[in-house]
Design a protein around this ligand. Structure first.
Ligand SMILES: O=C1O[C@H](COP(=O)(O)O)[C@@H](O)[C@H](O)[C@H]1O
Length: 220
């Protein structure tokens, strides 16, 4: 049974007993939001991070969700990606494909992975261009107060140092105001990583109907 805490007006904190409970609640949460979005807009635009989040979404591949969710209406995006080939073990796209997308009937052309055949800067520009087209057609919603995309759901796993979507605490990418997608240099040294020191990140200016940040520590 989850405990609900509202530390401020900035959202709601739910604390679960164990990982299984989190995964069950997360699957319900996503399925409900998908249903509402498809009913209201005809689409469900979801942005994913990499990391532990993806295995937590695993229950979506099982009954009843694999049959009840309207997968054909899903449009899938990445909140961040590493600058590696799509078949590289560190690719966030590969992680989602292997553990989730290959197990449910999503439409391949609705899966918007980040281009791995160009430089990080070019890939960031291209991703922003694609997003702008999808916002124009309202496949991805638009914010009421700016022209920024408004996803139906942005799901972000949070690393132990508080980073989400390759946005590390105090990184200058957090001050970015104009671009929707940015390539950034890795500036942190405390982690050993095998991939290139640049990551794409979708910026804090993005909007969503719902943003859920799933932290790495679940138990009380
Ligand atoms: O490097 C990354 O880490 C974060 C957090 O991952 P987690 O395994 O600690 O949950 C992830 O959200 C991000 O996509 C990834 O690139």
């Amino acid at each position: 049974m989850a405990r609900f805490v509202c530390p401020s007006d900035r959202g709601e904190l739910r604390i679960y007993e164990n990982l299984d409970e989190v995964a069950t609640e997360l699957a319900d949460y996503i399925a409900d939001l998908s249903e509402v979005s498809v009913k209201e807009r005809g689409f469900f635009a979801i942005a994913l991070s990499g990391g532990s989040l993806i295995s937590l979404m695993g229950k979506l591949c099982e009954a009843p969700y694999n049959k009840t969710v309207d997968w054909a209406k899903w449009y899938i995006f990445w909140a961040d990606e590493r600058v590696v080939a799509k078949n590289h073990a560190d690719s966030n796209y590969k992680l989602a494909k292997d553990c989730l997308l290959s197990k449910v009937p999503v439409i391949p052309s609705h899966v918007y992975s980040i281009n791995d055949s160009m430089s990080a800067e070019e890939a960031a520009n291209e991703y922003e261009f694609v997003l702008r087209q999808l916002v124009k057609t309202r496949t991805v919603g638009v914010s009421e107060i700016s022209d920024c995309p408004k996803f139906d759901l942005i799901l972000l796993g949070m690393g132990p140092d508080g980073h989400v979507a390759s946005l590390f605490p105090n990184h200058m990418a957090l001050d970015e105001k104009d671009e929707w997608v940015a390539a950034k240099q890795k500036h942190y040294t405390q982690q050993l990583m095998t991939w290139d020191p640049i990551a794409l990140c979708c910026l804090p200016g993005w909007f969503s109907r719902a943003t859920a940040t799933w932290c790495g520590f679940w138990t009380r």
